[in-house]
Design a protein around this ligand. Structure first.
Ligand code: PLP
Length: 395
């Protein structure tokens, strides 16, 4: 895991763009984590479930049947067709499987393609923060300029249209949306998203909507951004299998957008990746066809854990607003007087609980830490006990 964060910045052979890409704040943490024994990790943002067996079996069966070759650059037709049905059934988002859907190596690749296919050097990209760590580096590596919009706990970390508008200039090209949000668990309702849609229309901006957590919502409706009036034509929808179906290691995701944008993304994808692995695509077909029961079971379990962790954190004095999506709680640690980084480091060293400092996801994360509750209930309970001891010691 920690290798991801190593970059040889000091070498004279390293490009200017890579040098300009800030190091991840999470890196230090994974280094510490890997050298500490007996840790309960609320750090890593991935499901603790293994992929449901029938999905794995479809992947294994595909290999056994000799599906070991390239696919079309766009991805298997049967997967794109299943996705088109799925997007329609789940969200009433209508996409032509022949020309408006691209299968990618996770949302990670889909986001990178979306940025590189749309951003010219010097273009500004509006990014709410705190948010997923990959957005700013991808923008910088494409020669674009990330423009951050802070979100605040008082507003449940929702993106406020008036804050976005203040940052729009003649160089603004795109807005990134990321709801349900990593690391805050924030979701946006229809009215709030309509305000962003109105700005996109008025200033003629493209929207990159990362909806990887669309299925992980608790008691609220997920609004699929391109289904808002006038938005399909200016939105690249990014979605995946990693979180919904516990398939992080299969590396499979997708982008859905108007044909000319998908074509632009394929122009890069065909030369860099060629296609997502065929066995993962076959497994994804099975996930879409028969995965609903497993999704609902995992969702119920996440919800149980969510309630336990949010209640527990509030009871020990780490104030936590109720996250309505994804699998993260984002409590405030201000009561202890430590910075987020200091809190996380001490908690790891003294009580062996790993959480991620909020500023790893953007400066507005200061005063908070991200606790991923995609771990078992006994582990959450043990982590809460350790955190309570820690809080009592320093309060
Ligand atoms: C908001 C968000 N987008 C994208 C990703 C990457 O997903 P994938 O595994 O599909 O590349 C993550 C992973 O943590 C994420 O939290």
């Amino acid at each position: 895991m920690e290798e991801i964060w190593r970059s040889p910045k000091s070498s004279r052979f390293v490009s200017e763009r890579v040098r300009k890409t800030p190091p991840s704040e999470i890196r230090k943490f994974f280094d510490l984590l890997s050298s500490t024994e007996g840790v309960i990790s609320l750090g890593i943002g991935e499901p603790d479930f293994v992929t449901p067996w029938h999905i794995t079996e479809a992947g294994v069966y595909a290999v056994e049947k000799g599906y070991t070759m390239y696919t079309s650059n766009y991805g298997l037709a049967e997967l794109r067709e299943e996705l088109a049905h799925y997007l329609w059934n789940q969200h009433r988002a209508g996409y032509d499987p022949k020309s408006e859907i691209l299968i990618t190596v996770g949302v990670s690749e889909a986001f990178d393609l979306a940025i590189r296919a749309t951003i010219n050097p010097g273009d500004e990209v509006i990014i709410p923060e705190p948010s997923f760590v990959s957005y700013p580096p991808c923008v910088i590596l494409a020669g674009g300029i990330p423009v951050f919009v802070p979100t605040r706990v008082e507003k449940e970390f929702k993106l406020e249209a008036k804050e976005v508008e203040k940052r729009i200039t003649e160089r603004t090209k795109a807005i990134v949306l990321s709801y349900p949000n990593n690391p805050t668990g924030a979701v946006m309702n229809r009215t709030e998203l309509l305000e962003i849609a109105e700005l996109a229309q008025r200033y003629n901006l493209i929207v990159l909507s990362d909806e990887i957590y669309s299925r992980l919502v608790y008691g609220v409706e997920h609004i699929c951004f391109p289904t808002l009036p006038g938005m399909k034509e200016r939105t690249i929808l990014l979605g995946g299998f990693s979180k919904t179906y516990a398939m992080t290691g299969w590396r499979i995701g997708f982008a859905a957008a108007p044909a000319e944008l998908i074509e632009a993304m394929v122009t890069i994808h065909q030369y860099t990746i060629m296609c997502a692995p065929i066995m993962s695509q076959k497994a994804a077909v099975e996930a879409l066809r028969n995965g609903e029961r497993a999704v609902n079971e995992m969702l119920e379990e996440y919800d149980r854990r969510r309630r336990i962790i949010v209640k527990g954190l509030n009871e020990i004095g780490l104030t936590c607003f109720e996250p309505k999506g994804a699998f993260y709680a984002f409590p405030s640690v201000k009561a202890l007087g430590f910075s987020s980084g200091e809190f996380a480091e001490r908690l790891l060293l003294e009580e062996k609980v790993a959480v991620i400092p909020g500023p790893a996801f953007g400066p507005s994360g200061e005063g908070h830490v991200r606790c991923c509750y995609a771990v078992s209930i006994p582990e959450i309970e043990e982590a809460l006990e350790r955190m309570e001891r820690f809080v009592r010691k320093y309060r």
